[in-house]
Structure formats: C-alpha cells, structure tokens
Design a protein. Structure first.
Length: 640
C-alpha cells in the first residue's frame, strides 16, 4: 500500500507521519493523523465509526468514544481548513460513518505528484456570500457567462486578501519599522486543463496590482516577474520567503469544473510559518463586476483608515466592464507576460478583442500600449519602431482619457515622451505621476531610473533602481540595469559586480554581457571585453561564425580593428542604412572626430532616440572637449 498521498494542495507521508500543504508542514496531532490515514487508504469509500474505534481506541481501552471521535475529527478538519457543514474533504454519513470525497492520488515517496482533475467542485468550507452555490448544484443558465463568475471570484479573493493584510500588516507595523514586504505566489491551477492557466495567472496579477497600488512606504508587493519564478515550484515557503526577503507570503489555488470556479487562498507569516488566514469560496451574482468594484473599494478605504491614515485609497475601476471583454483582457495579459514574439502577438490580439467588445475598456488600451513598446524591440520581425511608437502613444493616451488613474499607462506615455519625443520635462512629470498612482509598479521605477541616468542624476537613479529591485528582486533586466546606472556614473567596478550577479541568475542574459563588455573596455581589459561582446552577439541571435569575426579582428589588430569590424556590421548587406548613434560611438573610439560628429548630426537629423544618452555616455568622452559637442547638447536641451 502506498505511503504517500496527494489531494488538493496537500501531501501526506504516512511513513514520516507528516501533513504538508504546498511543501509547508501542517501541525496535526497523532489521533487526527490516524483518522486522516485511514480515510486516505479508503478514499471514496465509507469508513464506519466502528472502523475508527478499532483503529484509534482498541476495545480493551475505556474511553468516551463519541466525544473523543468528534473532537478528533474537528481537529483534523481545522488542519485541512474543512467544514462538516460544507465539506471539501471529509463527508459525514449520518449514523453510519465518514468518507474522503476529494480526488486522491497515491504517489511514490520523493516524487512530485500530479494534480488530479475532478469533474465537480465540492461545496466550500466558508463563503464570502451565503448560499452562493447550493450543495451539489451546477451553475444555472441565467448566469451571463463563465467570465462573470470568474471575475467575481477574482476580486472577491482580492477583497479577502486586503482584509487579512489590514490585520496582519497593522500588527507588524506596530513593532517593526520600514515597509512590510508581501509575495503573492502564482495561484495553482487545479483544473488539469492547460487552457485554463490564464485564469490562475490573471488572478495572481490582479492581486499583485491591487495591493501594489497602496503606499509603497508602508506595504510593498513583489512584482509579477519575480513571483512567477516560483510557478509550479515545490520549494518550501520558508526558502522562498528568504530568497525574496518578504514578511508574508500569499498562496492559493483555482479549480474550474462542473460549471463553477473554486478559489482557495491563505496568508502565511514567513518569520515563523504561521498560517494567519485561509479562505475557500465561490460566488454567483448577475452583476459581478460592479460587486467586485464595491468590495475592493470598500476594503481599500478601510485600509486607508487603519493602515495608511495619511494616504489615499487606490482608485477602483472607473466604469463597468463587459465580462467577455474582461476575459479577453486576462488572456491578453497572460500572453503579454510571456515576453516572446508569439506571446506579444497573441496578447495584442486579445487586447484588441477586448476593446472591440468594450470600446471604453481603459485597461485593455493600457495593455496595448505596453505591448507595442515591448514589440518594438523585435524590429526585424514584429513591429518596426516607427510603426509601433505611434500606436503605443495612441493607446496610452486613450487609456488615460478613459481612466487617468492607471499608473502603467502613465509610465508607458512617459517612456514614449522620453525616448521618442526627447521632451525631458514632460517625461519626468509622467514618470512621477505613474509612480504616485502605482508605487508598487517595478517597471515604472526601472524606467524612471533609466531616465534619471540619462539626465546625469546618478544618485537618484540608483535610488529608483534599488526600489525596482526591492519590488522585483529576481528580474534579470532590473538586476542588470543596476550595472547600467553604475556604468554611466563611471563606477566600472560596481558595474562589473552587478553584471556578474545577474549572470549568476542566468548566464545567457545578453544585456548583462553587453554592459559587462562596456565596463571592461573602460577598465582597459580589452580581451575580456571582446569575449563578452561576442557572447552577447551570439545570444542575440547572430551566427557563431559571423560573431567570431569580432574576436578575429581583435586578434589581428586589437580593439581598433574590432571596432572597425563592428562598424561594418552595422551596415546591413544591400542597405546604406547605419545606426547613426552607434556609428558615432565607434568613430569616437577610433579617434575619428569629424566622422563621429557627422554621425551625431545624422542622429539629430533623424531624431535618433539614442541621443538621450549623449550627455552621460562614456563612449563619447573623446569628443567632449570639442565645442561642437556642447553645441549639440544645447540643441537637445541637455546642456549644463
């Protein structure tokens, strides 16, 4: 007989006499554990009271059997978060016995169990709304769509989380200075259907977003990028909390089957692994999105009163949203977050679908703006920069026209104004507004750090980079861009340290190799610089044989020969186009001043976005003593 079982988010090892929930040990006494063992061994079958008497209390032992059995079962149900009235796991058969009703899988010790799918959803242990689903009843046809049900549960979870955070964070804030850090782990999809994965991920995103919109000086929520590193992990919660440095961890699961949706969530204090709160529920209502807004806004207001007395509540969604549009939006976010070409294309299609269904859906426009900004990075085979940026600008402005409280849309617009319009004052205003509205949005801090770097405000840039890193500690680009700031500040040793730390996380992350190569050049470590640059070229997709031309050129004639090789590679075969700013930096390194200024003037004429780095770029240092350099800075309004 198997010694290990898996059900829901629980695992039981009979040999070690341990009950775990997603890797975290749950305290359970001997007698309740014996009851659980017997029920699991006969899962789905009736275990009589006499069976339990023989297992737990031999006939030669005097005991008040009924009272002790009831007490033991109550302890077991509490450990499982179960209820006798609305059981998820242990069903009472009056005057007969008990039955374990959840799907159970027997697994070999030391293996990772698969989650068993189920065709029906057992009633919840507790519910935010009484009698949401009568026991055993499937959802009736009067519901407008599954999207409506899913949306209701999604923000109902957020409401419960906010209630719990209100209590837990207030308790901590009385004894600990500084910010409370929270990690929302990816909610586990228990449906067994990979096509439903977007809903569990969407639920995670919504909770992160809603909690992240609170004041960042009191409550900080780890960003999605870092949270998703732990998707499908079996790593113990204690280790996860230590990895990202958080005080609390929120985890949960989602089950969609039999026409309904069940969500379970629990909050854990990382210092002592105390489970502060757990909830399992489902909901039905015809006007679910309106209800969601009411619940979230009401709880947010209570947080302002009790936790953030000098702050402002996060703004609710400004207008009602069609449920089908909301589901399309969730799918758009799911694919956008993949950050692949295919994912971006699908994400854009779903955002567009959401807008077609509901033309006043502000968040869908914000999603489109972010998608076009990222898609512009795939210039050769997705959306060219000059085509993507106008679309991104239009989408961001439309989002803000419909809902001016969307911090992400302000951040997108700020980046466009900075990178494409080269309007430093307006860009900074938008960055500040984005962070004010959504202080937990790590990307806004990251982009603002880049902007401040370009302005030569290095200390401010490092402060924003550290904030972004605190919110998203496992993001590769944010880790690498700490080195980016140090590079422009001429702190090359710090650049090297930051890039090496990033490469410890992922040795194949191209930007870290690029920044490292730049720092090595400035340190005079040219051989190492060439090696790092060649690695970056290969990782960026260049053929290995072609990329090897860089090191062959260096072997023939040193760094100058390698720079000339790189300059030639900038001119695509059969094309007269050369990226002007990049050509200028190479010519500056070669000592060809006039040619360098030719390319800088060409950059200015073409409105090259790379000019935003001209004030601080070490690669242009050989040109700074020339009056032409200050003249160009003045025209760009980047002068001292």
């Amino acid at each position: 007989m198997s010694q290990c079982f898996h059900f829901g988010t629980f695992e039981v090892d009979l040999r070690l006499r341990e009950l775990r929930k997603q890797g975290l040990k749950v305290k359970v006494q001997d007698k309740p554990f014996e009851v659980l063992a017997l029920l699991l061994e006969q899962a789905g079958e009736t275990v009589t009271r006499e069976d339990l008497r023989r297992r737990l209390w031999p006939s030669d032992t005097f005991v008040d059997f009924d009272a002790n059995l009831n007490t033991t079962l109550n302890k077991l149900r509490r450990a499982l978060g179960d209820s006798a009235d609305n059981p998820r796991f242990i069903e009472t058969l009056p005057r007969h016995g008990y039955r374990f009703i959840a799907p159970v899988e027997a697994v070999a010790a030391g293996t990772e169990p698969k989650v068993a799918a189920t065709g029906t959803i057992p009633p919840p242990a507790t519910s935010l709304v009484p009698a949401a689903f009568p026991r055993g009843q499937r959802l009736s046809g009067w519901m407008r769509s599954h999207a409506a049900i899913e949306s209701a549960i999604m923000l109902a979870v957020i409401a419960s989380v906010l209630l719990t955070i209100r209590w837990a964070v207030v308790r901590q804030s009385r004894s600990v200075t500084g910010r409370t850090m929270l990690l929302v782990l990816p909610f586990e999809d228990l449906s067994g259907d990979s096509g439903q994965e977007y809903f569990a991920d969407g639920l995670t995103d919504e909770i992160i977003t809603e909690l992240g919109r609170l004041r960042s000086d009191r409550l900080a929520v780890i960003a999605r990028t870092s949270a998703m590193q732990y998707k499908h992990t079996r790593k113990p919660l204690r280790d996860i909390a230590r990895d990202v440095g958080v005080d609390y961890v929120l985890e949960g699961s989602v089950l969609r089957a039999g026409g309904g949706v069940r969500v379970t969530a629990r909050l854990i204090q990382s210092s002592d692994q105390t489970e502060l709160w757990t909830e399992s529920y489902e909901r039905a209502t015809p006007d679910v999105l309106a209800l969601q807004r009411d619940v979230v806004d009401r709880i947010a207001q209570s947080l302002v009163i009790e936790l953030l007395p000098n702050g402002n509540a996060p703004g609710g969604r400004a207008a009602a949203v069609n449920p089908e549009a909301y589901e399309a939006y969730l799918k758009g976010r799911y694919y956008w977050n993949k950050r692949t070409a295919d994912g971006l294309q699908k994400g854009l299609a779903y955002f567009q679908q959401a807008i077609q269904i509901d033309p006043r859906y502000a968040q869908a426009y914000a999603g489109m703006a972010e998608s076009y900004l990222v898609a512009a990075g795939w210039e050769d085979w997705m959306v060219p920069w000059r085509e993507a940026i106008p679309k991104a600008r239009e989408a961001a402005k439309k989002a803000l026209e419909l809902d001016s409280s969307l911090g992400g849309a302000h951040a997108s617009l700020a980046y466009i104004i900075w990178e494409d319009e080269l309007d430093w004052r307006r860009a900074e205003e938008e960055f500040k507004r984005a962070i004010e509205l959504d202080p937990g949005y790590a990307t806004a801090h990251q982009w603002y750090a880049e902007f401040l770097t370009g302005m030569g405000r290095y200390e401010d840039a490092l402060a924003e980079s550290r904030t972004a890193l605190k919110l998203d500690p496992l993001s590769l680009i944010i880790n690498a861009e700490v080195g980016y700031v140090y590079y422009y500040a001429r702190k090359y040793d710090e650049t090297i340290d930051a890039c090496r730390k990033t490469l410890e996380m992922d040795p194949n992350f191209p930007p870290a190799h690029v920044f490292l190569s730049w720092a090595y050049v400035q340190k005079g470590l040219t051989k190492q610089a060439v090696e790092e640059r060649e690695r970056a070229l290969v990782l960026d997709g260049m053929d290995k044989e072609q990329a090897a031309g860089f090191s062959r050129a260096y072997a023939r004639g040193g760094l100058s020969a390698a720079r000339r090789w790189a300059l030639e590679q900038m001119r695509p075969q059969g094309s007269e186009y050369v990226a002007p700013y990049g050509a200028a930096t190479l010519c500056a390194g070669l000592g060809e001043r006039d040619q360098a200024f030719h390319w800088l003037e060409e950059s200015y004429r073409r409105h090259d976005t790379s000019l935003r780095w001209m004030r601080v770029d070490p690669k242009l240092d050989p040109l700074r003593s020339d009056p032409r350099f200050d003249g160009l800075l003045q025209r760009l309004h980047l002068g001292p």
